[in-house]
Design a protein around this ligand. Structure first.
Ligand SMILES: Cc1cc2nc3c(=O)[nH]c(=O)nc-3n(C[C@H](O)[C@H](O)[C@H](O)COP(=O)(O)OP(=O)(O)OC[C@H]3O[C@@H](n4cnc5c(N)ncnc54)[C@H](O)[C@@H]3O)c2cc1C
Length: 486
């Protein structure tokens, strides 16, 4: 059902006309996120000033049957903040204050629009540490991180976002404002509702403030790069580092295609004729860091690393880290469309999984780069393709279907950190156990009976190549024909 002019007027009067946007350019700007091949124009975009206003709009949505789609920075890789039909995008990135830093309880209360890196640098300046470190930290919001339960480069030692969320204020789909969790470290009073909302991809509530746990900043760190002629040697190195009870804060992998793209892009003097790169970082007390660095250096050589370097300064560490940090951007330059996924397997299955990805890519005639969080088994098979080549996009869909099936067969999952959103609904429904999907649906229906909050995400079938994109393409053409962007 179309949102009527009368409803629009009511929304405007709640948030104020200056916080209501519906020009073609604004709709275009909020029609997509970082996920390729998916986009849809919203009916409008709002920037509520207060939690109360958001709650009032939510109540109106239930009465007048329109949908709300929360949005942080739009860096999501599963289409979670892409509008659905007749939906209003709710901006949260203007709520960007660090409200309270509590050094006695080691917590920080933030608004959801605070950028991840902004929080990291603020707390590090006083000797504290917020470990979750998604590759997008410089631009992603903490609200988006909590909604996706974002992982990142430090997940192996420190865990992911959920390990650092102690509480939240959330507006539920019926408009009620609820406070969950708190500064008390232990809390088992009833169901663990806070954890239930973490990773709910904006479908069960909109966070309006978040209480995060902090830890002391590690005293020092050491950063290493190792190159291998065989992926299996890199895999054995990872396995032996972990079985030797060393806990690197970072243990990342790049394959040959990705190493080459990074080198062509950034000229870091990486040896381009090698099959695998490991970026390894250890942190903590300086004695432990020194010992672990020595042990890792021995293990890398034992497993035939043909090139091994240790950063001697923070400047050098930044350079070594950048090989991994720019992997996505470097791959994205090769072809017009980059489909980055996050099939995840138990750590012991990383090498078999990489071999299967390679053979699936070859069989389907596709170019793939692979990189990811080797220590977590969280791989990012990345297909370099071109959206205009429908046949190739269909092959890519086919290949990803096969990759996800293989990940599940190896005891893994179809998403380790990016979520399901719009992009992976069809795979979830095929590959997750039906009773689990049914339970998720029942939870969604009981909390959001009128389906007002981010509908169409996580559930319901629609292959990416037949999704909303063609519709949007025609919408864009219509606006261009009407001279909207001239
Ligand atoms: C270059 C690059 C590198 C990346 N690296 C990583 C990585 O290492 N690890 C990782 O996990 N992800 C990574 N991502 C994916 C993405 O950055 C994360 O999913 C991030 O958490 C999204 O944050 P955002 O603010 O951009 O949220 P958005 O993309 O705007 O939204 C993501 C989801 O959260 C919901 N949402 C947003 N704000 C709220 C709120 N206040 N309340 C409720 N729901 C909300 C949205 O509806 C949507 O479903 C990467 C992305 C890019 C482009």
């Amino acid at each position: 059902m179309m949102i009527t002019a009368k409803t629009i007027n009511k929304i405007r009067s709640i948030v104020g006309s200056e916080n209501f946007f519906d020009s073609p350019e604004q709709k275009l700007a909020y029609s997509y996120d970082a996920t390729p091949l998916l986009s849809q124009f919203p009916s409008a975009i709002i920037r509520p000033r207060t939690t109360q206003e958001l709650s009032e709009v939510m109540i109106l949505a239930n009465h007048e049957h329109f949908a709300l789609v929360p949005r942080g920075s739009g860096t999501g890789l599963s289409g979670g903040s892409i509008p659905t039909e007749n939906s209003i995008v709710v901006l949260t990135n203007h709520w960007n204050r660090i409200i309270e830093l509590d050094e006695k309880n080691l917590t920080v209360r933030v608004e959801p629009g605070v950028l991840t890196a902004q929080l990291q640098s603020t707390v590090e300046s006083i000797g504290l540490f917020y470990p979750p470190d998604p590759g997008s930290a410089a631009i992603s919001t903490l609200g988006g991180n909590v909604a996706e339960n974002a992982g990142g480069l430090r997940g192996l030692k420190y865990g992911v976002t959920k390990n650092y969320v102690q509480g939240m204020e959330v507006v539920l789909p019926d408009g009620s404002i609820v406070s969950l969790g708190g500064k008390s470290v232990k809390d088992v009073a009833g169901y663990n509702l806070k954890d239930f909302l973490i990773g709910s991809e904006g479908t069960l509530g909109i966070f309006t403030n978040i209480l995060l746990k902090l830890i002391p900043k590690p005293e020092t760190s050491s950063t290493m790069l190792a190159f291998f002629d065989r992926i299996s040697d890199a895999g054995e190195t990872v396995a032996e580092i972990i079985s030797s009870h060393i806990s690197p804060s970072t243990l990342e992998f790049l394959d040959r295609t990705t190493i080459n793209c990074v080198e062509q892009y950034a000229h870091l003097n990486l040896p381009v004729n090698t099959e695998a790169l490991l970026l390894i970082e250890v942190d903590g007390h300086h004695v432990v860091v020194k010992e672990d660095t020595e042990k890792i250096s021995v293990l890398c050589r034992k497993h035939r690393a043909n090139n091994f370097s240790i950063a001697r300064s923070e400047q050098e560490a930044v350079k070594l880290r950048s090989a991994r940090k720019i992997a996505f951007s470097a791959l994205a330059r090769v072809k017009p469309t980059t489909i980055l996924e996050d099939a995840t397997v138990p750590r012991s299955e990383v090498v078999p999984m990489l071999e299967r990805i390679q053979s699936i890519a070859q069989k389907n005639g596709l170019l793939f780069g692979n990189f990811g969080h080797a220590g977590d088994g969280n791989l990012h098979p990345t297909c370099l393709t071109d959206a205009r080549n429908t046949q190739e996009i269909r092959s890519a869909e086919q290949a990803f279907g096969e990759i996800f099936s293989e990940a599940v067969k190896l005891g893994g999952t179809i998403s380790g950190e990016h979520g399901i959103g719009l992009a992976k609904r069809q795979f979830l429904e095929k590959l997750a156990p039906l009773p689990a999907i049914e339970m998720m649906r029942r939870i969604k229906e009981s909390i959001d009976p009128h389906s007002v909050l981010n509908p169409g995400k996580i559930f319901s079938l629609s292959p990416r190549c037949e999704g909303p994109m063609p519709k949007n393409a025609s919408q864009i053409k219509k606006y261009i024909d009407a001279g909207a962007f001239t």
